[in-house]
Design a protein around this ligand. Structure first.
Ligand code: ADP
Ligand code: MG
Length: 253
């Protein structure tokens, strides 16, 4: 899709100022955020995406941020803008966690950060639950299996490094499926202090929780929930490659 870009200078005024100072900001805050963007070499923003804020298109919104497509040099990137009512003081902590998972090839690539902005790779694609709803036709079982398998492998690498994503029970929001890869997003609630439960949380979200499990079941017959839980318990006790491989096997991946 072609995106049309609007100069960040125009974001001083309504309606655009709402995007960089959501839900409410003073004009001083807005001006300071614009100069922050200029320092990050972000010159324009595209208001397109699957969601809207007011009536402007955006990529998405959560409790911490509003995410839009922006341009840095000639490259399209995803810009996470800290909400003015965010529970987080700044974007730095999230950027450190994102950088850490990037070291094992997980998550969108982290490019830059400032107090109120996180600049990262733009992931073109759909949220897992939207993607799986539309998935049909020849090769869909193969595509679905390789997508789930890739996501589980990412989760396994995070488990191995002692990193817990924290919000993987909600895959509908935190896995973006693109043409060539699926990517975990939003490391805002992650931790290196908690006991990691990435593989278990995401397997439950894929196969045990009702919504996605029902959609997956339509494409390929998954094993009984009892059997999955039994293998998850073994893996939880000992997060070895062997236990992980056994889990993949009974999930027919
Ligand atoms: N790198 C990205 N590329 C494309 N879309 C993204 C990207 N990061 C986030 N999004 C979209 O923005 C939404 C909100 O981002 P998220 O990081 O989950 O914010 P929050 O921490 O506030 O929950 C996501 O659900 C997703 O739809
Ligand atoms: Mg989120």
């Amino acid at each position: 899709m072609e995106h049309s870009f609007i100069s960040v200078k125009k974001f001083v005024d309504e309606p655009y100022s709402k995007i960089i100072g959501y839900p409410k900001a003073t004009s001083r805050q807005i001006k300071s955020r614009i100069s922050e963007l200029e320092k990050l070499k972000i010159r324009s923003i595209s208001l397109t995406g699957p969601t809207t804020l007011g009536n402007l298109g955006i990529l998405g919104k959560g409790y911490v941020g509003v995410v839009v497509i922006a341009k840095r040099g000639n490259k399209e990137i995803a810009l996470k803008i800290r909400r003015t009512d965010s529970p987080r003081k700044g974007m730095k902590d999230e950027s450190v966690l994102l950088k850490l998972v990037n070291s094992v090839n997980v998550g969108p690539k982290m490019f830059d950060v400032s107090k109120n902005f996180l600049v990262m790779e733009y992931l073109e694609g759909e949220k897992f639950s939207d993607w799986v709803t539309l998935l049909k036709g020849i090769g869909s079982a193969r595509k679905l299996k390789s997508t789930i398998r890739d996501v589980l492998e990412d989760c396994y690498r995070l488990d191995q490094m002692g990193f817990d994503h924290g919000e993987l029970s909600n895959i509908s929001k935190h896995v973006i499926v693109g043409k060539t890869k699926a990517t975990l997003i939003d490391f805002e609630s992650s931790s290196t202090e908690r006991r990691p439960s990435n593989v278990t949380s995401i397997t439950q979200a894929f196969f045990i929780g009702s919504g996605n499990a029902r959609k997956i079941q339509k494409i390929y017959k998954n094993p009984s929930k009892g059997k999955i839980i039994e293998h998850l318990k073994l893996y939880k006790q000992e997060k070895t490659r062997e236990n992980f491989d056994n889990l993949l096997k009974i999930l027919k991946l």
